[in-house]
Write a protein that binds this ligand. Structure first.
Ligand code: AFP
Length: 333
């Protein structure tokens, strides 16, 4: 079968189904090129002196890894001159960044977590990049937080890259979910999975069990029943995985089903969750729903949340629809 490159796929989408404007096609191509550069930097690891802490902190109050900063810079530099963006926002930057006056501006807003799972980078476990695309509202300063505070249903595109044994770019433009694997010899992303569907049922769950004592009762009940296995109320045995890189856990769920939970926990009652809504939960929720899965906080659909601030956190339960529905129902009860 002739390999279909990302560029060819996007041109087909643009001309055949008129699904995407030229500027959005350009945006995806530029992000894909940036992802290739990040993949190369991640792949060099200790050989390039890019492991370890950067000696700085980010707006989340987290110590930044050198690769967090490098990946953020790669995405900013790749996207600032193309004329497709009005502004960018990143987990690594407190405020949105506008496009320098010397460059043309476009209608899109790009949000990203440049290196998701960075606490894994020093131990050579898969990490990734997550991105989300919104349209800039008319008459709003694109560099204001306000321009970005749109519900996830407004996303026109979402995707993530996993820097694992292979580098895979997962993409949705609102018409299904597709995966492209980086051919390092060609330097091109080639279509390897089209119209991905998540199985409705699963026997695999992903959660950080060390937080169990802090979970709210519905999560205690839900996970307790999974652990009870065949003899318990769910009547089947479950397996568990926890990579601690959301991109890797979500890619596994897209590949063979599963349910991922990072619920609100009472370790820090002031935080509604650990994961960030705008550039982690929303893009992943769009991808999962486009693949036939579901994504809620336990109490509401993630994509319906109207954001109050750029870096707000949210509880996340996503994956195989049947399991997300059970866990969500327990929150209603
Ligand atoms: P880092 O980017 O700080 O490593 O966090 C990764 C993450 O946001 C997400 O990718 C993981 O699912 C989750 O946090 C892991 O959290 P724990 O370290 O508490 O398990």
């Amino acid at each position: 079968m002739r390999s279909v490159s990302l560029s060819r796929f996007l041109i087909d989408e643009q001309w055949q189904s008129h699904a995407i404007p030229a500027d959005l096609r350009l945006l995806v191509e530029v992000v894909a090129r940036a992802v290739k550069a990040i993949s190369i930097a991640v792949g060099k690891g200790a050989l390039a002196g890019v492991l370890g802490d950067a000696g700085s902190g980010n707006v989340q109050g987290e110590a930044q890894k050198k690769l967090d900063v490098i990946a953020n810079e790669i995405l900013l530099e790749a996207n600032e001159w193309g004329g497709h963006l009005a502004a960018m926002a990143s987990e690594e930057m407190e405020h949105p960044q506008g496009i320098p006056h010397r460059f043309p501006k476009g209608e899109y807003l790009l949000l990203f977590d440049p290196l998701d799972g960075s606490s894994n980078i020093d131990v050579n476990v898969s990490v990734g990049t997550i991105f989300s695309v919104l349209r800039c509202p008319e008459g709003v300063d694109p560099t204001s937080e306000q321009a970005f505070l749109q519900p996830g249903t407004q996303q026109v595109c979402a995707g993530f890259a996993v820097y694992g044994p292979s580098t895979v770019l997962v993409l949705t433009l609102g018409k299904g979910v597709h995966a492209f694997t980086l051919d390092r010899e060609l330097g091109s992303f080639l279509l390897t999975r089209e119209s991905i569907r998540i199985p409705e049922e699963t026997k695999e769950f992903a959660i950080n069990m060390s937080n169990q004592r802090f979970w709210e009762p519905p999560v205690q009940r839900y996970v307790g029943e999974l652990l009870a296995g065949k003899a318990g109320p769910r009547g089947k045995d479950y397996n568990m995985r926890w990579v601690a890189s959301m991109v890797a856990d979500v890619f596994r769920i897209l590949s063979r089903g599963g349910v991922f939970l990072y619920p609100r926990d009472l370790k820090d009652p002031s935080k509604p969750g650990r994961l960030r809504l705008m550039y982690e939960a929303n893009p992943m929720a769009m991808i999962v729903e486009q693949a036939g899965g579901a994504a809620t906080t336990g109490r509401e659909r993630i994509l319906d949340i109207v954001p109050a601030s750029l870096h707000e956190r949210v509880a996340v339960i996503l994956g195989s629809k049947a399991e997300v529905e059970v866990a969500t129902r327990y929150h209603q009860g």
